[in-house]
Write a protein that binds this ligand. Structure first.
Ligand code: ASP
Length: 303
């Protein structure tokens, strides 16, 4: 079975002519390339999506890991989910602070506990108990987000949905899905959430079926966008259900985004790979940087 990988750098009101969007596409290409290389060497889909998302988290351009948005209290609280399509095993963390790579902490929740999701102080205590590397808040902060936080603090009417529909400098949530040589699917999503969210707010990203889903029998999916809307229609599982009903990954993503818009006036984007290896992506925001590859083929990217 030819391998496949697709990654995204988040759906939103990106400035289409900005250098930042071009750079975000380049980071997506690097992440997809690393995932492709691992898959080519026989690594599993779950290893490939974790490694690809770590590259995206390490980029200060994107809203995950380093570069995460600040919440209304000026803190960084991150959410992440990883899911293995072989056995539907899932690991997730929510509202977690001071870790550089939340996706790897989510992986440790999946591999090392009987639980699916750990939040806040509990997730941080788990990290400490297994010697998972912690960092300082300053290690996650980029100057432009600090400036934006100070500006947004003055805007009493600001709503978190604005990053999806009002043009402005942005980076965004990240995700990856992959199919390995043995036909196994996996999905991973990581985010700093929305700017000026209330402390303790958890978005769609760490919620199984909303921020991502992976099932070898149907598809692997990662979602991005206004989480309050995405989770209402459990969008990633919806894509898998549409694939189960006979659609390919591309049509299923388009149909789910249409539903998001029509049913809950939502804004967002999706990437997916179905069990036959078809790649899909769709979004109804101004842009969503993405990059993908099948087998040892060249990396394609777009926004
Ligand atoms: N879905 C993320 C959230 O609501 C944000 C995003 O994808 O941009 O936390």
């Amino acid at each position: 079975m030819p391998t496949a990988i697709i990654v995204h750098g988040g759906a939103g009101a990106w400035d289409l002519n900005s250098e930042k969007l071009r750079e975000a596409m380049a980071v997506c290409r690097s992440a997809a390339k690393l995932g492709q290389d691992l898959l080519s060497c026989g690594h599993s889909a779950i290893d490939a999506v974790e490694a690809a998302v770590r590259v995206l988290e390490d980029s200060p351009l994107l809203d995950a890991g380093i570069g995460s948005y600040l919440n209304a209290a000026g803190e960084v609280e991150m959410d992440a989910l990883i899911m293995d399509g072989r056995d539907l095993n899932t690991g997730a963390v929510a509202a977690v602070r001071r870790v550089r790579n939340p996706i790897s902490l989510a992986r440790r929740v999946m591999d090392g506990t009987e639980h699916n999701l750990l939040v806040g102080a509990g997730a941080e205590a788990f990290a400490d108990s297994i010697g998972f590397p912690r960092c300082a808040v300053d290690d996650l902060l980029v100057g432009s987000e600090l400036e934006r936080f100070l500006a947004l603090k003055q805007q009493e009417t600001y709503e978190t949905i604005e990053i999806f529909n009002q043009p402005g400098a942005m980076g965004d949530t990240v995700g990856a899905v992959a199919l390995d040589i043995n036909g196994n699917l996996a999905a991973a999503t990581s985010t700093g959430g929305t700017r000026k969210k209330l402390p303790g707010r958890v978005g769609d990203s760490p919620l199984v079926g909303s921020g991502g889903y992976a099932d070898n029998l149907t598809a692997a999916v990662s979602a991005t966008g206004y989480g309050e809307a995405l989770m209402k229609i459990v969008i990633s599982k919806r894509v898998c259900d549409l694939v189960e009903g006979g659609m390919n990954a591309s049509d299923a993503c388009a149909s789910a985004i249409q539903l998001l818009e029509q049913r809950v006036s939502g804004l967002g984007g999706l990437i997916a790979i179905d069990a036959s290896g078809n790649i899909g992506f769709n979004f109804n925001t101004d842009a969503m940087p993405y990059a993908f590859a099948t087998g040892d083929g060249s990396i394609s990217s777009g926004r």
